[in-house]
Design a protein around this ligand. Structure first.
Ligand SMILES: [Fe+2]
Length: 263
């Protein structure tokens, strides 16, 4: 893959996004959120790839995978008017299918096409599926990190807005009540990622976002988490009590350990 391929892909993606325009202000806001998300995931990816990739080809492939990772969101929203995969379609799978159908990657060597397709297909899997090649896993881990970093920013921005100004499809419809579930707090004590199925309230969702830290892979990503203070900025929207203080301490310790020691 070369620089000209990346430019071609960026042009294709802009035209592709432009094909999903809505007159309804709410629909348009939802879809613009995804276009902006893609740009930010690409920017995060450039930082991660600069730190962890050797060679220009690797870096270009990493950015292309980031560019295409949410391709499926656009046809998903057009058909179902939601971003909730559980009640519509797996957007990773739909993205891979769309790229194949449109033959977007046709100019790349077949191994590079396959790599990007696999990364798009599995970027949103709860865990990276078994039997993937080491290359696929390496790029999947980078995209999953870059994606999470921006999703944290998207939600922090959203939590700061009055509810009526939030993009409707992004808040997932959880009630904004005071409580939160012990099960999600326990995930942080156990150092494991929580599951969306266990989320009952918006506070649960905020804690779920914090548990994603246990699925982060690269030293650079941990460095960005510290630099951008995601823990402080997300927990600012949680109740202020000793339990939340304790999870902040544990998350901060975990991040500090990994910001210097991980692959
Ligand atoms: Fe996604």
């Amino acid at each position: 893959m070369n620089e000209a391929d990346l430019i071609h892909f960026k042009n294709w993606f802009s035209a592709f996004c432009g094909g999903y325009h809505y007159d309804d202000i709410n629909d348009q806001r939802n879809i613009e959120l995804k276009e902006k998300h893609t740009k930010n995931v690409c920017a995060n990816m450039v930082e991660i790839a600069d730190a962890h990739c050797t060679g220009q080809n690797d870096r270009l492939l990493a950015e292309a995978a980031a560019l295409f990772h949410d391709t499926g969101r656009f046809p998903q929203y057009a058909k179902y008017k939601t971003f909730r995969d559980a009640i519509s379609v797996n957007h990773g799978l739909l993205g891979a299918e769309t790229l194949l159908k449109e033959q977007v990657l046709a100019n790349l060597p077949t191994n590079e096409q396959a790599l990007i397709i696999q990364v798009v297909k599995y970027h949103n899997a709860y865990k990276i599926p078994a039997r993937q090649s080491a290359e696929t896993v390496r790029f999947l881990k980078m995209v999953r990190d870059a994606d999470k970093l921006d999703i944290w920013d998207v939600f922090i921005e959203l939590f700061a807005l009055p509810p009526e100004e939030r993009a409707s499809a992004a808040t997932l419809g959880f009630p904004d009540t005071d409580g939160y579930s012990d099960g999600l707090v326990k995930c942080i004590y156990d150092k494991r990622m929580g599951n969306l199925n266990d989320v009952r309230t918006l506070n649960d969702y905020k804690i779920l976002l914090l548990t994603w830290i246990f699925d982060i892979n690269y030293t650079k990503s941990f460095g960005l988490i510290i630099e951008r203070d995601y823990i402080g900025r997300i927990s600012a929207y949680l109740p202020h009590n000793a339990e939340i203080d304790e999870i902040k301490v544990r998350l901060t310790a975990y991040i500090s350990e990994n910001a210097i020691g991980k692959a």
